[in-house]
Design a protein around this ligand. Structure first.
Ligand code: PEP
Ligand code: MN
Length: 364
């Protein structure tokens, strides 16, 4: 059973205005005072309230641009004073946290490489202990939901209750269109476990190219996520990091006009009646599925006893292969995908083998 997190609702942070999406935008890296202020003014013009800029950059190779450091915090403070925007940056050590506190940074996030390191997360959580600074936690680079949750728990245990997450996808060795594999099912699982946790998508790092920003942002909205963190630069072609995935403020404005945000819920009576009927049908079908699974496993149990009494091995792979082939072709006739059928029937088979094993080993 998942432990609960004690979270302050995002509407009470005083950072974002409704309706969705809540947007955090700004350059990958703060590069110069002029670049930071020009970008912030461009974003402020169409109502962006929360500005991001990386000050310390975790780069794959040494010698790449590693951020301007503390100097950039002064520029963020200027953005805050001039535009009234909230400002945020990535922290990866307690030293970064202390610097942020000194310069009045309003919110911080943990990068994907930091979330994957419990020592660093603990150190950062302790440094943030007596502050009221909200913390957004990016998913770890590897698709490990527990590691992501562990980071949230560490922060929460140190009293950080203004807590949220950013989904930026996962490193992969597979050849995919995007820079990072979306792994939406992991985000959905986290959302289901902690529905109160404010959830942002980062289409910039997931896509790795501005041409994918629209489709990923739309997907995030379709999944009902609260917000987006998007990289925006006043002159992306000259950006010192992540040039390909940043877009000028005007293009972000257009993207936000183009995405369709469907209501997470509605008071419409006709819609509610329709959806209630469909949900009632689903509930009945799910009950039937449970009954069917139960019956299926009862037969497996009998088979286990029968095999045990006749001294026969449990696993006859050739039989399972032929059952699976039959299921795939039959299932296609019901409009069921091969991936779905393989997942479901492999799970059923594994459980059946486990039950029979227990019988042979006299456990039941
Ligand atoms: C960033 O937001 O600029 C960044 C480095 O992101 P990530 O941690 O997702 O790679
Ligand atoms: Mn970046």
């Amino acid at each position: 059973m998942a432990k609960t997190l004690d979270i302050v609702p995002v509407n009470d942070w005083g950072f974002f205005t409704l309706p969705r999406p809540m947007v955090i935008a700004g350059p990958c890296s703060a590069e110069t005072r002029d670049q930071v202020l020009t970008t912030a003014r461009g974003l402020r013009r169409f109502g962006i309230n929360v500005f991001r800029a990386g000050i310390w950059k975790p780069r794959t190779h040494p010698g790449s641009f590693e951020g301007v450091g503390t100097e950039g915090l002064k520029w963020l403070r200027e953005v805050k004073e001039e535009t009234g925007m909230k400002v945020c940056t990535e922290v990866a050590s307690e030293k970064h946290v202390y610097e942020c506190i000194k310069y009045g940074i309003d919110m911080v996030w943990l990068g994907a490489r930091t979330t994957a390191n419990p020592f660093l997360v603990q150190e950062i959580a302790e440094a943030l202990k007596d502050t009221d600074i909200p913390v957004l936690v990016k998913n770890p680079v590897n698709p490990d939901l527990d590691l992501w949750i562990g980071a949230l728990e560490r922060l929460n245990r140190c009293g950080i209750r203004k807590l949220g997450v950013i989904h930026r996808g996962f490193s992969t060795t597979e050849n995919i269109l995007y820079r990072n594999a979306p792994g939406w099912q992991i985000a959905i699982e986290l959302r289901t476990r902690y529905p109160q946790l404010p959830f942002f998508a980062d289409p910039s790092h997931m896509g790795g190219d501005r041409k994918y920003l629209m489709e990923i942002s739309q997907k995030a909205m379709d999944l009902g996520l609260e917000g987006l963190m998007v990289e925006s630069h006043c002159d992306p072609s000259c950006a010192l990091s992540d040039a390909k995935q940043q877009l000028v403020p005007e293009d972000l404005e257009q993207l936000l006009l183009d995405i369709q945000v469907r209501d997470a819920d509605t008071d419409d009576r006709v819609y509610k009646e329709g959806i209630d009927q469909l949900r009632a049908q689903i509930d009945i079908i799910d009950d039937n599925l449970l009954y069917t699974f139960g019956s299926r496993m009862n037969v497996s149990r009998k088979m286990g006893e029968y095999k045990r009494d006749h001294n026969i091995a449990i696993l006859q792979t050739s039989r399972w292969d032929s059952i699976m082939a039959k299921m795939l072709s039959k299932g296609a006739g019901y409009g069921l995908s091969e991936t779905f059928l393989t997942t479901v029937f492999n799970a059923i088979h594994e459980e059946s083998v486990r039950i029979q094993n227990d019988i042979i080993e006299n456990k039941s």
